[in-house]
Design a binder for this molecule. Structure first.
Ligand SMILES: Nc1ncnc2c1ncn2[C@@H]1O[C@H](COP(=O)(O)OP(=O)(O)OP(=O)(O)O)[C@@H](O)[C@H]1O
Ligand SMILES: [Mg+2]
Length: 211
């Protein structure tokens, strides 16, 4: 079982958006996925209430109950647990970092957003947790902003692939309780999410063997 936590104290970077589409893509790829929503804002939980399909299930839990919840999900044969967290430092966020096999930090390609990710990086380094940045909200096409941001993030840690472009599919899919791979299976947003799933698969191979 792989536990992937989307985390950053910076709000609005795409934690919930990427978490739900990643979980849907994991299901489509034949994995059993589950989303834990640790953000009181409830973006993932609300998404699930708009969703027609039952999988991937979305549930909420607390910092204290998280280890027990994960043990139960492991027993039920889940392959991917995707945890969505609040855009602030809370006990639930700390717990979600603690239990993760990999933490993903969505970051916009801007200096202010890169700087805002630093407290989260410091927490993850203290915990010795594997983490990677995911560039999100990128302009389409080749762009110096993406190159520069990628370079800066590479000096702070790993950079996941690919970079996510700002695409209407994310907004439309969220409104319909879908993942972007359902909204438009052949679209560019869908391709980006599948590539991220693939990247995570490679990055966490060791964790799977250890599970
Ligand atoms: N790649 C993208 N393309 C288009 N819109 C996006 C993309 N990623 C995120 N968004 C939009 O940006 C907004 C913020 O995204 P989201 O709610 O996922 O961020 P968050 O990090 O979960 O925020 P919070 O810290 O408040 O929980 C939402 O309106 C979402 O639809
Ligand atoms: Mg959110």
């Amino acid at each position: 079982m792989k536990t992937i936590t989307f985390v950053t104290q910076k709000g609005g970077t795409g934690k919930s958006t990427l978490a739900i589409s990643l979980a849907v893509a994991a299901e489509e790829a034949g994995h059993k996925a589950y989303v834990l929503d640790l953000d009181p804002q409830g973006s993932a939980r609300n998404w699930y209430s708009r969703r027609e399909a039952a999988a991937p299930p979305v549930d909420t839990t607390t910092a204290a109950q998280l280890p027990t919840a994960l043990a139960g999900l492991k027993k039920h044969g889940y392959d991917y647990i995707v945890i969505d967290t609040a855009g602030q430092d809370t006990p639930a966020t700390a717990a979600a970092m603690q239990v993760a096999d990999l933490c993903l930090i969505p970051v916009r390609p801007s200096i202010m957003d890169i700087e805002a990710a630093k407290p989260t990086v410091a927490s993850l380094l203290r915990l010795s947790k594997p983490f990677a940045f995911v560039l999100n909200h990128c302009p389409a096409g080749r762009n110096m902003r993406i190159t520069d941001a990628g370079r800066a993030l590479n000096t702070m840690g790993h950079l996941a692939e690919p970079a996510f472009v700002t695409r209407a599919d994310h907004v439309d899919a969220a409104a319909l309780g879908q993942g972007v791979t359902e909204r438009d299976p052949t679209g560019k947003a869908a391709k980006e999410v599948r590539l991220l799933l693939e990247w995570i698969g490679k990055r966490t191979e060791g964790a799977r063997h250890a599970a």
